[in-house]
Design a protein around this ligand. Structure first.
Ligand SMILES: Nc1ncnc2c1ncn2[C@@H]1O[C@H](COP(=O)(O)OP(=O)(O)OP(=O)(O)O)[C@@H](O)[C@H]1O
Length: 451
């Protein structure tokens, strides 16, 4: 086949595959020669060659066979044009430029530039998820497919997915990484159905190297979307392409999800992001406060403020970040340092909302369990040390972890006076300094209550 014949065939191929596909996938190919039934092409990247072979291979063979009936196979090599003897080398399309249109046309969501591994704070609750994400981001051989990340609201699933995408792209700019929400997947699917462009839809999703679908629980109960998702998923796994999925719960807890999808989702590595603990929250607050300081130079944060927020605000990191943003904004508006007064003035609603989390009742039960006494002994009148000390610990925790007033706490401890509560709280504060065992008990209980 001559270059002219290949040129003429391209016109026909363009009509068959459509201008978009032609410009993206066929035009950048360079015909390098035909020997022994094998048509050789130069492709900008390996991925590119694989894609063309899988999606347009049959079409190319049948077209080439119309001028060279002996053709049976195609090969795509990167840089093959330079080795060609059949045709003189011609300017080769830039790999990046050729791969780019495909990525631009992909229906993904934009990546948030703040969500990188550098800005992700690692602690006990998320260390496994972080390690798994890091491994996938290295882009080595696919070892677990899919990586399934799950966890409650605002615990960093999206952050980790974006971080993977950034890192993969940085390591290999030619890689086609597609990130989108399950809702966007459904939207694209419905749109393709409506516009009768299902082939394009399928090709598009099957052309990626890495597919990331956020909040997959969204497709539960949506039968045809699930069906299409299942096929996309299988096609990519068969090609050994990495898939990363997130959801707000484990695969077996997502209701109305087809069993075959559930088991597919479970077939890789399932890792959860646990609710944040005090240390992680404090770490996140310190990191973010450091970043804010760069924007608000000169703003001071009093000692104890971040610790207080880490202790009092819920496990959701988004709420934590919102609180910090508000503090910095208020402080810069009124030109004051960030101190406890400002915290109470500007975050009253956030503190009120989060205090609902831990109740006096819960604290009393946990403390009674811990010291192996009955709940009635915690709230009862007996003053023996075996009951009095746990009672004081419980009062102390109520003061620390709820925003109930001293009289109210007293009432909930068998109608005691607020001065008794105050005395109990002070006693535990002292003992925490002097007695390592008490300090450890209190710390353990606090963690258990906040978990
Ligand atoms: N470990 C962390 N270190 C730093 N920032 C974090 C961490 N975890 C969460 N965040 C931040 O908290 C916010 C919420 O995180 P993200 O959007 O990733 O949560 P999500 O788990 O995807 O929540 P949703 O289920 O609501 O989609 C983001 O701004 C993110 O940067």
């Amino acid at each position: 086949m001559t270059d002219e014949q290949w040129g003429a065939l391209q016109t026909t191929i363009c009509k068959t595959v459509g201008d978009n596909n032609y410009q993206t996938w066929i035009k950048p190919l360079r015909f390098c020669g035909l020997e022994g039934g094998v048509a050789r092409f130069d492709a900008p990247t390996n991925f590119f060659g694989n894609y063309v072979s899988q999606n347009f291979g049959d079409l190319l063979i049948s077209q080439i066979a119309s001028v060279n009936p002996g053709v049976r196979r195609l090969t795509f090599k990167v840089g093959d044009a330079a080795n060609s003897v059949a045709t003189p080398p011609a300017p080769k399309p830039e790999p990046a430029a050729a791969a780019q249109p495909a990525r631009d046309e992909l229906p993904g969501a934009p990546l948030d530039s703040r969500f990188t591994f550098d800005s992700f704070v690692v602690g006990k609750p998320n260390e496994l998820a972080h390690a798994a994400a890091k491994r996938v981001a290295e882009g080595g051989p696919v070892t677990f497919n899919p990586l399934f990340l799950y966890g409650g609201v605002g615990l960093g699933k999206t952050h980790l997915m974006h971080a993977i995408a950034w890192e993969l792209r940085a390591r290999n700019p030619g890689l086609v990484v597609l990130y989108l929400s399950a809702e966007q997947f459904m939207y694209r699917f419905v749109q393709a159905l409506r516009e009768r462009r299902m082939m394009d839809f399928k090709e598009m999703f099957r052309s990626v190297d890495v597919l990331m679908v956020d909040d997959v629980q969204f497709i539960a109960g949506k039968d045809s979307t699930q069906e299409e998702f299942f096929h996309t998923f299988n096609a990519l796994v068969d090609q050994n392409k990495q898939i990363i999925i997130s959801a707000d719960r484990a695969p077996d807890e997502i209701k109305d999800l087809e069993n075959r999808i559930r088991s597919r989702l479970q077939s890789g590595l399932v890792v959860d992001l646990h609710p944040t603990d005090y240390e992680l929250r404090l770490g996140i607050l310190q990191t973010k406060a450091e970043m804010y300081r760069a924007h608000y130079p000169g703003l001071q944060i009093d000692d104890g403020v971040l610790e207080f927020l880490a202790q009092r605000i819920s496990t959701n990191v988004r709420v934590l970040e919102g609180a910090l943003t508000r503090l910095f904004a208020f402080a810069s508006l009124v030109g004051k340092p960030i101190n406890m007064d400002l915290v109470h003035d500007s975050l009253a609603d956030v503190l009120r909302a989060s205090e609902r989390k831990i109740s006096i009742d819960e604290i009393q039960r946990k403390v009674a369990d811990h010291y192996n006494i009955r709940l009635s002994d915690i709230v009862g009148p007996k003053r023996v040390r075996t009951f009095a000390r746990p009672r004081q610990v419980a009062m102390y925790l109520c003061k620390q972890l709820t925003s109930r007033s001293l009289p109210e706490i007293g009432r909930r401890f068998g109608g005691r006076d607020h001065t008794t509560v105050m005395h109990g709280v002070r006693r535990i504060e002292e003992l925490r300094q002097q007695d390592g065992q008490i300090d450890e008990d209190v710390e353990m209980l606090r963690r258990a209550l906040e978990a």
